[in-house]
Design a protein around this ligand. Structure first.
Ligand SMILES: [Zn+2]
Ligand SMILES: [Zn+2]
Length: 167
């Protein structure tokens, strides 16, 4: 009987696939299974895939699944680089916005005083301290690095933006 050895190049390809933005659900699931097997669920590379799949589920409107995978990602990322943690918290913030819980969205985003720009496509790709970035003046749950980013996000955010009385 032939013993089956893991095929390293194929496994690596699966791993790298999870980094691509255009992954579909099945590709993420395959990448996650491979990373969990080879690296474990607490590895940053596995967390990157959890985040990616969670992000995809947001776009598909599957919020419960999105929250599950993003929570897994945050568990790993909250003890890693601040930027990665802020990206995942911003994604979770989006879910709470969509669920109508502005308060929770704000608390999630400001957990460790570092946030990213709330415009998904923002090119700045950097971390901001709360005192160096502006926030939506009405709901105060989302942050923008420029007036342009706020304008560009408004068609999405306006559906969820509401005042909660927080100053
Ligand atoms: Zn921005
Ligand atoms: Zn707002």
């Amino acid at each position: 009987m032939q013993t089956s050895q893991p095929n390293q190049p194929v496994l690596l390809e699966y791993i790298q696939r999870g980094d691509k933005i255009s992954c579909n659900e099945q590709q993420y699931k395959a990448a996650i299974a491979t990373r969990e097997f080879l690296l474990g669920p607490s590895d940053p590379a596995t967390a990157k895939c959890y985040n990616g799949l969670g992000d995809l589920y947001i776009k598909l409107g599957r919020l419960e699944e999105a929250e599950e995978y993003l929570s897994r990602a945050l568990q790993v990322r909250s003890s890693g680089p601040l930027f990665d943690a802020a990206v995942t918290r911003d994604n979770l913030g989006c879910i709470y916005e969509m669920k109508g819980d502005i308060q929770k969205a704000r608390e999630m985003r400001i957990t460790d005083e570092h946030v990213i720009c709330g415009l998904y496509e923002c090119a700045s790709q950097r971390l901001y301290r709360l005192n160096e970035i502006s926030r939506c003046s009405k709901c105060k749950c989302i942050f923008y690095c420029s007036a342009q980013c706020q304008r560009n996000d408004w068609p999405r955010h306006k559906a969820y933006c509401k005042s909660t009385g927080v100053i």
